[in-house]
Design a protein. Sequence first.
Length: 143
Amino acid sequence: MLAWLAVVLLAVLACVIVMVGMFATAWRRTLAQVEASGLRYRMRCESCGHEFSLSPREFARIGMRRSRSATRTRVEGPMLVNEPHYRYVAKRFVCPACGEKVWCENLNANEARDAVNPIALRNFGLALAVLVVIGFAVRAVLA
Ligand SMILES: [Zn+2]
């Protein structure tokens, strides 16, 4: 009985490891492909108004983020995609002009979303359930 329990626990553990591995691989691929697409995030410091640009890798850095959006549902192949239309996206960064860590508005959030979505869909498209959950995670960080 105990042996079976150990087998079941190991199987669950293996599934979790595979899922984490899939997520990590897809995430690395997505980030590399978004970088390769040449997408730049145009940012504007909300304190001094200075405009600067960031690479996807720099933009994806962990930090506070806030946004306002309206969600539109769209059909993409066999899937329903919930696509946010951003009115406002900002993230806290150290402004290169005033040197303060302040809210910086992302001026091309919808353009970034259009560049990131197809890449994310391709890499995370293995399972719809996985895609929905991870798609939100990707958007939360990248778009
Ligand atoms: Zn500034």
